[in-house]
Each structure stands twice: as C-alpha cells, then as structure tokens.
Design a protein around this ligand. Structure first.
Ligand SMILES: NC(=O)c1ccc[n+]([C@@H]2O[C@H](COP(=O)([O-])OP(=O)(O)OC[C@H]3O[C@@H](n4cnc5c(N)ncnc54)[C@H](OP(=O)(O)O)[C@@H]3O)[C@@H](O)[C@H]2O)c1
Length: 339
C-alpha cells in the first residue's frame, strides 16, 4: 500500500552559497586573528631574545673589563689566542710560560694589536715550569705581590703524548701528570686562599675530549685529562659556597703545535704534525669559545664536532660498543704502523 503521508523531503548536503560565504568570512577572520597574534608574538619573542643577548654581552663585558686574568701556556697555540681575546676585552693579563723571550714576543704582539675598542692594560709576563711545584708556589707569591689578586685563572698549558702502554716508561706517564694535572692543581691551590678571602674568582681549565673518552696510544694524556676533569668537577662543588666559578673546557683537535711538542714512549719529542691536529679547529675560534664560556660563567663546554661528541655519549650510553670501536681503532693503527 502506498504511504498516505509523503516522505519528508531530504535535506541536500550541499551548503547554500550564503553559508559558504559566511564560513569563508569566518575562516578569513580566524586567520586574520591568528596572524595578528602570531606576528606580534614572534616579534616579541625575537625582541626579548635580542634583549637577553644584549644584556648577556654587557654582563660579559663588565665581567672581563679590568679583570686580572692569569693564562698559563701563553707562548703558543690556544694560550696565545686566549691572551689576544682577553686582552681585547680589557682584561689585565698575567701571561705565563717557560720561555721569557717568547712571552715578551706575545706582549709586544698584543701591544701592536689594532682596533682597541676598550681600555687595555699592559700584560705582565711570568716564567715558571708548571711541573715544578715549588716554582709554582713562588711564582704565585710574585704574581700576588705584583697585581694584588687574580680574578680569573686559565689553566691552559699542557703537553701531549704518543705511544703504546707496553713501551712507555713510567717516568713519561709522570711527566704528563706533572704538567697536565699536578701543575694546574698546584697553581689553583696556591691561588684559592686569596680568591676565598675575596669571595670571588673564576677557575678555568682547558681539558680535552680525551678527558671524557680514552683513545688508544694516548694513555698518559687521556689519564691526565680524566684526572683534571675529575679534580675540577670536585672543586666546582666545593667552591660554590665561596661564590668561586669553575669552568671546564673540553676541546677536540685544535690547529696548534700540541702534536709536534708531544712526548713519545721514551720521553723524546714526537715532532710530527698529526693530520687530525692540522685539520682541527683554529685556536682563534676556540679562544672565542673560551672567552664566551668564561663571560657566561658556564660550568663546562665541549668544543667538538659531531663524531667526538657522539663518542662521548656512546661511552656513557653504550660502553660495550664504544670499547669494541676503540679496540678496532687500536688494531687499525697498529697495522698502519707495522706496514
Ligand atoms: N691542540 C689540540 O688538539 C688540543 C685539543 C684538546 C685540548 N688541548 C689542550 O689545549 C691546551 C693548550 O695546548 P695547545 O694546543 O695550545 O698546545 P701548544 O701550542 O703546544 O701550547 C702548549 C703551551 O703549554 C706550555 N707548557 C708546556 N709544558 C709546560 C710546562 N711544563 N710549564 C709551563 N708551561 C708549559 C707551552 O709553553 P712553552 O713555551 O714553555 O713550551 C705552551 O705555551 C693544552 O692543555 C692541551 O692539552 C689541545
């Protein structure tokens, strides 16, 4: 039987032109409001970031201007470049090394530097051997008598090493520890009392990626830098109560004379510019990183490329894989030497 009441007309899913137009206007308005909100938000954030960076720069400038900065190993490489950037920042430098003539050359080079935008100070040069604890103590006495106090100590001097553990005389291990570890420790300990008295100071140490990971045929060097990392990490915690900052800088390869000056298994000079060192970062770049890290009172900085940074994390997160890779590296290097 046909239905008595006709079925209600079905509503077409098609929107009327008026509804579509309204939706378009609504969408347009929403987009307007969104873009109106996003653009000022973006500009505001950029402005705030810019202001933050500006304040940071001003704070760094104030921190470094007239600060007494002692740099060890200032005769060459990274130390010399640190001398240049801290001098240009208006710090009063105490430059240390073993060779008076080379230190005087650096002083002359600084004096002839162009583009001085801030008031600079004539640096003092002090010679002593870091591996001689007594010489360190008497040098600190001389420095404090001369400049009164040290605001920032940059423990930069160091030597490297190449050799197999089996062939290396223990005296060579000792030499590395004396220069890279006991030297900075003695210098830091000699300066700490005057910093604690002032309740201010900043201790910086140039460690290495090899203070975080050990690579074959660098045992003595890696050990000295691991010890350095450990000592200065403890120092940071113990000095916080006196408001003394500690910054550990761990660079990867830098284009300096480090490999040329490295000692071998029998204590002789290695005298080879390694490919990795020659292709490393420039000391100028690393010195700028050091300056920034000090100015921003960073606790530690790893100045390395992707691969060394990855290796540092691998050592912690997947040690077995890291050990396998290091064993393979040792095997490969041994084969290259034998061939
Ligand atoms: N180059 C790299 O690839 C690399 C990578 C990571 C970390 N680092 C670290 O960076 C720091 C600076 O080294 P660099 O690369 O600039 O090497 P560099 O050009 O050989 O300079 C080393 C400096 O240390 C001084 N020094 C060495 N033994 C000393 C001692 N017994 N007493 C006093 N001063 C001594 C040297 O002074 P003299 O004039 O008296 O010899 C020289 O000024 C070192 O701690 C090193 O371990 C370097």
């Amino acid at each position: 039987m046909p239905p008595l009441v006709p079925p209600p007309a079905t509503i077409s899913p098609q929107r009327s032109p008026v509804t579509t137009r309204r939706k378009q206007i609504y969408k347009g308005k929403t987009m307007d409001i969104t873009s109106m909100a996003i653009i000022p938000l973006l500009l505001g954030s950029l402005g705030l970031f810019g202001l933050y960076r500006l304040l940071q720069r001003l704070r760094t400038r104030a921190y470094l201007q007239d600060a007494v900065v002692l740099i060890t190993g200032a005769t060459s490489g990274l130390g010399k470049e640190c001398a240049k950037v801290f001098y240009a920042a208006g710090s009063q430098l105490v430059l240390c090394g073993r060779d008076r003539e080379r230190l005087q050359d650096v002083v002359r080079e600084l004096a002839s530097m162009a583009k001085k935008t801030v008031k600079t100070h004539k640096p003092h040069a002090v010679t002593f051997d870091l591996s001689d604890t007594e010489a360190v103590a008497s040098a600190v006495g001389e420095i404090l008598k001369c400049v009164g106090h040290v605001d920032i100590l940059i423990n930069n001097a160091g030597i490297s090493y190449r050799g197999t553990i089996l062939d290396t005389e223990v005296d060579v291990d000792r030499t590395l520890m004396e220069t890279n570890y006991f030297g900075p420790v003695a210098l830091t300990k000699a300066l700490l009392p005057s910093m604690i008295k002032k309740r201010s100071g900043h201790i910086v140490v140039i460690s290495s990626v090899q203070g975080r990971i050990s690579i074959p045929f660098r045992s003595a060097y890696a050990a000295s830098k691991h010890a350095t990392q450990a000592f200065f990490d403890c120092l940071r915690a113990e000095m916080q109560q006196y408001e003394i900052e500690v910054t550990v800088v761990s660079p990867g390869y830098i284009q300096t004379n480090l490999s040329l000056n490295a000692v071998t298994a029998n204590g002789s000079r290695y005298g080879v510019m390694d490919k990795n060192t020659a292709e490393g970062r420039t000391p100028e770049d690393v010195a700028k990183v050091v300056l920034k890290a000090v100015g921003e009172k960073k606790k530690e900085v790893l100045v390395a490329g992707l691969l060394p940074t990855f290796a540092v994390y691998l050592r912690t997160l997947a040690p077995k894989l890291f050990f396998t890779l290091m064993a393979a590296r040792a095997k490969k290097e041994r084969k290259t030497k034998e061939s």
